[in-house]
Design a protein around this ligand. Structure first.
Ligand SMILES: *Cc1c(COP(=O)(O)O)cnc(C)c1O
Length: 380
């Protein structure tokens, strides 16, 4: 029998924890996971995804997931990929696979300076030098990228389809054209944008698509962002089996004989969680969700433009960046926090950022805009 006072403490801590559905978590790329995915996760809580010999059902589900995503992104390989703990691990694995494949060069990675901080971390871990191209928060220009490739002779280039601070999409197809001339590994970090871009592109709402153009070596996408899976649910897809071989290691004591990827024992629940989401909701659902969030982003943009003292950046993906012309972003951030609102920073623009994740509704935006107006009034 558990001491009821301990349970009480547990529930109290839960009650004090912000919930996405209250509509005040507006900066983080996390959301309420889908109940069916949570059920699948808990049902398979005892499983270890690193051991496909004992837990072979996970392996079957994993291959079905990879196969669906390969179709979404037109991958040349049907089941080349791994389920990871998220975008950070996927990025580390991409660069590890790249380093072990293209090993006749300097240990340099070239990327626009809009890349996610996990690329800095990956380079730190792998002993690489990250050369950043200053892009002034615009998609990288392929001809400038080419100059960097010629100058630095990198083993890998990383671009982003949905940047963290601004939601920019680097021109994937044109960069693939450039990179393939130099036989460089190209990783596309679509941790955030991967389940938005193909659908928004299809409807003509953005002009850059995300797919395995000839020259793209890997694409990463997080299912714990717009995919509604519980954390940790990341995916990395490779264009070729060989890359996976580079990141597999013998573990002869196990039944399967080897471990692939970065972690050892790892949660098995993420795989059935993603699997059931793809079966039950399917891409059709993600498509409708992307359209809804796009519409809500334009609505939010319009509402913020009505506050004359704000500078607001037009959203591409459902990320809205804004700053006040006189009051510092840090002051506004603090005041929003004391009103129970969690927004994030967009440091390179000295601005604040809200990300419209699946839990955000129009009413939440209306409430937020009212609070923001109040915060501005009392700070002026
Ligand atoms: C979220 C994100 C990451 C990091 O992913 P985690 O799941 O937090 O490890 C990497 N790159 C981009 C572009 C992201 O949006």
């Amino acid at each position: 029998m558990v001491d009821p006072f301990i349970l009480r403490e547990l529930v109290d801590a839960y009650m004090r924890t912000p919930k996405h559905w209250e509509g005040r978590i507006l900066g983080s790329m996390t959301t309420t996971p889908h109940p069916l995915a949570c059920y699948a996760y808990v049902l398979f809580m005892h499983t270890n995804a690193a051991d496909p010999a004992i837990f072979s059902e996970l392996e079957k589900m994993k291959n079905e997931i990879l196969s669906s995503l390969s179709r979404l992104y037109d991958s040349p390989c049907d089941t080349c990929g791994l389920i990871t703990s998220g975008g950070t691990e996927s990025n580390i694995l991409a660069l590890l696979a790249a380093l072990k494949t293209v090993n006749n060069r300097s240990r340099v990675v070239v990327a626009p300076d809009t890349v996610h901080v996990s690329i800095d971390r990956a380079c730190d871990l792998l002993g690489c030098k990250l050369v950043k191209i200053p892009v002034d928060n615009k998609p990288v220009d392929p001809s400038i990228l080419e100059k960097y490739i010629i100058k630095y002779n990198p083993f890998a280039v990383v671009i982003t389809a949905g940047t963290t601070e601004r939601g920019l999409i680097d021109p994937v197809s044109r960069i693939a054209e450039v990179v393939k001339k130099y036989n460089v590994y190209l990783h596309v970090d679509a941790a955030y944008g991967g389940l938005l871009i193909p659908f928004l592109y299809k409807h003509g709402l953005i002009n850059t698509n995300l797919r395995f153009y000839n020259g793209v070596s890997s694409i990463s996408v997080d299912f714990h962002k717009n995919g509604l899976a519980p954390i940790p649910s990341g995916i990395i897809l490779f264009s070729n089996d060989e890359y996976i071989e580079k990141i597999c290691y013998d573990a002869k004591y196990t039944l399967h004989g080897r471990y692939c990827g970065l972690l050892g024992t790892r949660p098995g629940g993420s795989i059935p969680a993603i699997w059931i989401l793809l079966k039950h909701l399917g891409f059709k659902y993600y498509e409708e969700q992307a359209l809804r969030l796009h519409k809500l982003a334009l609505y939010t943009y319009k509402k913020l433009l009505e506050i004359p003292s704000l500078e607001v950046y037009k959203p591409i993906l459902p990320i809205i960046v804004f700053k006040h012309r006189d009051i510092s972003s840090e002051i506004i951030l603090d005041k929003l926090l004391s009103n129970g609102y969690y927004v994030y920073r967009s440091p390179s623009l000295d601005a604040l950022r809200i990300v419209l994740m699946p839990h955000v509704k129009k009413e939440h935006i209306d409430e937020f805009v009212n609070v923001l107006k109040h915060v501005i009034e009392v700070s002026d």
